[in-house]
Design a protein around this ligand. Sequence first.
Ligand code: NAP
Length: 248
Amino acid sequence: MDSMRVMVVGAKGRVGSRVVAGIEEADDLVLAGAVDLDDDLDGLVGREMPQVAVDFTIPSAVFGNLEILLARGVHAVVGTTGLTDTQLAEIDRLAREHEVAALVAPNFALGAVLMMRFAEEAARHFPWVEVVERHHEHKLDAPSGTARITAERIAEARSDAPAPAEETESAPGARGGRVAGVPVHSLRLPGSVAHQEVWFGGPGETLVVRHDTINRDVFVPGVLLAVRAIARHRGLVRGLEPVLWSDA
Ligand code: NAP
């Protein structure tokens, strides 16, 4: 079988550089272009003829990159954040027009995707649940996007939210913030990368689903999984879930 030709856009970036290394190590993939800000993406696509392109760039660049890639019939795997709903709708239209797929995922860490799935499953049986996320001290937003999505999926999965006791907070925020009715607690500490625990309580038992990110290599297996599977899809694919589970 011929190796799949894969281009990386944002190849010198923190994540992009690891994806480049992952492709170079894979027997079934060939690096067909490592593109950065100063490169002519359209020209390189014409010369290198990639089948799939991976984009880990910046929010202001990603949509323009996708317009070029999809118009040239290249499947796209996108980790860059910040695409608007209007842009996503246009990406879906462009991808269908050119009979390719664009997979856009907020989190390519396989363990994080599994953590959310397990949490969703547990929430059907344990409606008492709180999310604790921990990140490095430089993270500006709280709660994390992953914590937010986890809480929303838990809220959708559980039949009804338990009524907590009439609480008072003598220190405001002590009980965390609420996302879709689920308490979420954000810790910011040096020595942390990205971590999350989802705590479930039932009569006489506690269940914790936990995920720890050690470094940015965490994204590579999920990106390569998406690269290998994307040709089976058409149009916009949201998240890694449809690649991992046929029922997602
Ligand atoms: P980064 O280190 O800043 O890397 C971005 C790279 O893209 C830089 O090398 C930059 O080049 C390059 N670039 C900028 N504009 C470009 C353009 N028009 N064409 C080609 N390359 C361009 O950032 P990062 O930490 O790798 O993160 C990249 C993006 O992925 C961010 O949006 C981040 O939020 C997201 N992300 C997503 C996931 C996920 O799982 N979905 C995980 C981690 C990060 P210069 O340095 O020359 O400007």
